[in-house]
Ligand binder design. Structure first.
Ligand SMILES: C[S@@+](CC[C@H](N)C(=O)[O-])C[C@H]1O[C@@H](n2cnc3c(N)ncnc32)[C@H](O)[C@@H]1O
Length: 478
């Protein structure tokens, strides 16, 4: 057996049984101590086999197997990186395999992706990446796979990532978007959606895709009335974030935020700064008359409901929170228990709440999540353009319902975590065509945030703002 050090180098032990004994030919025993790579492989396999979410599977495996420190960091880098880069890795592996890569057995695909990722996108030494991957193949699939894996990875080594991209990416002169999509490991349709929203197929699109491919900082939200952002930063070792008065940013490599004391005590929670800004925009829209009854029409799991509930509570108001999924409604109850929040397990399109009675309504609608791909490693390869039609219909119905529930003069914030025009500008324009509503300039509701474009909506971006790509439009009922 052997232990990889933090660079993946194998340190021989006196009784190294991952290799055949001297003078004996035949398969070596699989190593059992490469805990980091095994956890990464198990995560990648769970994503492929049962549509699991990598960022839910891996932390559980690390806890269960007591993997911490550098091993945990290596497992995280390999698991999330392999999931993110899957399409790029598959195209390269297809070139390097003597059979089409999509015809290779799933478990072997997982091992090869993990090996190719290490060779192309990490500093793990080549020999360590190859030998540990061959060992994993033996253990996961059987000794017969070792030769195949070794041969494929040797071919991967013929070029570095840039070399493979130059060979395999679409010609930029003919397909600039396709070229950048390939280069930054995004499906083409997603790169096209970014290009359409940015109005750019050149440098800014490149920046947007590169930022989307990088590991994001974790953002925390300090619960208003409980702790300030300065205090939270001091308690967690993070930095006060630039835009939201409640946000703190942690280093991407900081450990599991769930272990932090202020989170355990519900003084703070994990929430992207862009999500905070979108919720705050609703509270900052100018309003005349009463301002005591707020509604969150798509509340689960409760991140924005907590922020809104805490804020409305400071002024003696209340928040109703609607969520149709029983599990998610329970999560909202769990995080808003001590706030003036009433949770309704109901469909936001017909929640049986009094029409025309709310001062401010948030519609944080279900969406493709294309704005938070960097936080969900596998999501870009799982989402399909065919997902859009049903989501776009639901978004329009929820926004129409919100406009029925808000009082005349009241404000609705329509928010999605996506820059796709079909679920952003086109949804809002459709609803505006129905009449009885005016769109407000949302930009003043994002004070201090630069590069907000021509309005009236706001589209945040990772490469501009360091936030998820949240969209926010503010509508006033006439
Ligand atoms: C983007 S998430 C909301 C996130 C939440 N606002 C937060 O900050 O934690 C969308 C939510 O809408 C819920 N949803 C789906 N269909 C819905 C419907 N018909 N009415 C209301 N909510 C719905 C989903 O279950 C999901 O919890």
């Amino acid at each position: 057996m052997s232990n990889p050090d933090r660079h993946g180098r194998r340190r021989p032990r006196p009784n190294d049984r991952s290799r055949p004994p001297r003078g004996r030919k035949g398969p070596a025993r699989p190593p059992v101590e490469d805990a980091a790579r095994q956890a990464a492989l198990d995560t990648v396999a769970a994503v492929r086999e049962r549509d699991a979410y990598a960022n839910l599977v891996l932390p559980g495996l690390l806890r269960e197997r007591r993997i911490s420190g550098r091993d945990a960091a290596l497992a995280t880098e390999l698991a999330y990186g392999t999931c993110r880069a899957r399409g790029l890795l598959d195209a390269i592996l297809d070139e390097c395999s003597d059979r089409p890569f999509d015809k290779v057995d799933g478990p072997l695909q997982d091992v090869l992706r993990l090996g190719a990722y290490q060779l192309l996108r990490t500093r793990v030494p080549e020999h360590a990446a190859v030998s540990t991957t061959v060992d994993l193949a033996r253990a996961a699939v059987g000794s017969f796979a070792a030769g195949f894996v070794n041969a494929v990875l040797r071919r991967v080594l013929e070029h570095d990532e840039a070399g493979w991209v130059d060979r395999l990416a679409p010609d930029p002169a003919r397909d600039a978007v396709g070229n950048l999509a390939f280069r930054h490991a995004h499906p083409r349709w997603i790169a096209q959606a970014f290009a359409d929203a940015l109005g750019d197929t050149g440098e800014e699109l490149r920046e947007a895709l590169a930022a989307d491919d990088a590991r994001p900082a974790v953002h925390l939200v300090a619960r208003p009335g409980e702790v300030s952002a300065d205090e939270l930063a001091a308690m967690t070792g993070g930095d006060v974030a630039p835009y939201s008065p409640y946000a703190v940013r942690l280093d991407p490599g900081a450990g599991d935020p769930a272990d932090l004391e202020p989170l355990r005590e519900q003084l703070a929670a994990v929430q992207d700064e862009g999500s905070q800004l979108a919720a705050l925009a609703l509270t900052r829209a100018p309003l005349t008359g009463s301002d005591q009854r707020w509604l969150d029409l798509c509340a689960g799991p409760g991140g924005k409901a907590t922020l809104l509930g805490a804020l409305v509570g400071l002024d003696g108001g209340t928040l109703d929170a609607v969520e149709p999924s029983a599990h998610r409604a329970a999560l909202v109850r769990g995080v808003t228990g001590d706030l003036p929040v009433t949770v309704h397990e109901a469909d936001g399109r017909a929640p049986e709440l009094p029409a025309g009675s709310y001062d401010r309504v948030l519609v944080d609608a279900p969406c493709t999540g294309l704005g938070a791909l960097r936080r969900r490693p596998e999501a870009r390869w799982r989402r399909q353009p065919s997902d859009l039609a049903a989501l776009a219909r639901l978004q329009r119905e929820l926004l129409a319902s919100a406009l029925g529930l808000v009082r005349p003069g009241g404000v609705v914030a329509y928010v999605v975590c996506s820059p796709h025009l079909r679920e952003t500008v086109e949804t809002v324009d459709d609803v505006l065509r129905g009449g009885g509503v005016e769109q407000l300039d949302a930009r003043p509701a994002f004070p201090g945030v630069d590069q907000l474009g021509d309005g009236p909506h706001v589209q945040l971006w990772p490469h501009r703002h360091g936030t998820d790509a949240m969209f926010c439009a503010l509508l006033r009922k006439l």
